[in-house]
Each structure stands twice: as C-alpha cells, then as structure tokens.
Design a protein around this ligand. Structure first.
Ligand code: IDP
Ligand code: MG
Length: 148
C-alpha cells in the first residue's frame, strides 16, 4: 500500500472540477484518507515546489498556486503513486491522452488542473507538509472487491 498526495489546483477548483476529480479516484478503487480545502500560503507553496525554485516558471507557479483555494487530498492503494499519475496524465494538457484528467480538462502546461506526487520520497514529504498527522485510518469495505 502507498499513500499519495494529490492537489486540485486553483484552476480545477475555479472550473468546478472538484467533484469530477474526486469521483475518478474514488471509482478507480483508491481510498480517501485526507481531504481539505485551503488557500496555500507563500511558505507552503514555496516548500511544496522547492525543487523547481531555479526554473524560469517558478515565480508564476507560486503566484498561481497561492491565487485561490486548492483541494488537498491523500489517496491510498496498491501502487497508489503511479496509479494516480496515470489517472492524471502528463504535465502538458495538450499532449495528455483523452481519458486522463489533464487530457480531458487541460489545455496548458502551467494551468494543468491537478498535482500528484511522483515518487515515494516526494509523497512522504508532501503528505507531511500538507497534512502533518491528520490522515484518517479506516478500512474501505469495497476493497475486498477491488483487490483479489
Ligand atoms: P508534474 O506536475 O506533471 O509533476 P512538474 O514538471 O513537476 O510537472 O512541474 C510542476 C508544475 O509546474 C506543473 O504541474 C505545472 O503546473 C508547472 N510547470 C511545469 N513546467 C512548466 C512550464 O514549462 N511552464 C509553466 N509551468 C510549468
Ligand atoms: Mg512533479
């Protein structure tokens, strides 16, 4: 089992895609173990995107992520990190395949609706950063039907 950090970015919230996106993760069979809406502070956004701090798009990215509410989530399942990345699709919405979240809803590389952790170490770091210890431990009864 892995837990991955997923964030619906301000464009996804403003465009009314919160329910649609949660639905996709839920119906896939992942278990929701953390959920909150917040307007990220400068500090939180900077910590989250620290790896990109030298990139030319960094200032614009921080401005975008702090511009309004995001929906932060934690989803758990077998290989949840790669499963979620596959649901999300590649960074550039124009290149993402239909059927993926970015492929279906995004036309831009920056405004691309959603974030998902890319590895176990980044998932651990991001979950701690956004949720500290607030994740919810529970068993999803449907998992007996999701997994053999
Ligand atoms: P990812 O979200 O698919 O993992 P990363 O390369 O980690 O993509 O970049 C983090 C975020 O930074 C992207 O989701 C996107 O919002 C933004 N970003 C990445 N590359 C560009 C760019 O070339 N121009 C503008 N924004 C970008
Ligand atoms: Mg990334």
């Amino acid at each position: 089992m892995q837990t991955t950090f997923i964030m619906i970015k301000p464009d996804g919230v403003q465009r009314g895609l919160v329910g649609e996106i949660i639905n996709r993760f839920e119906q896939k069979g992942l278990r929701l173990v953390g959920l909150k809406q917040l307007i990220p502070s400068q500090e939180l956004a900077a910590a989250h995107y620290a790896v990109h701090s030298e990139r030319p798009f960094y200032q614009g990215l921080i401005k975008f992520i702090t511009s309004g509410p995001v929906v932060a989530m934690a989803w758990r399942g077998v290989e949840a990190i790669s499963v979620a990345r596959n649901l999300i699709g590649p960074t550039n919405g124009r290149e993402a395949s239909p059927g993926t979240i970015r492929g279906d809803y995004a036309m831009d590389i920056g405004h691309n609706i959603i974030h998902g952790s890319d590895a176990e170490e980044t998932a651990d770091f991001e979950l701690k950063l956004w949720f500290e210890e607030e994740l919810v431990e529970w068993e999803r009864s449907a998992e007996n039907w999701v997994y053999e």
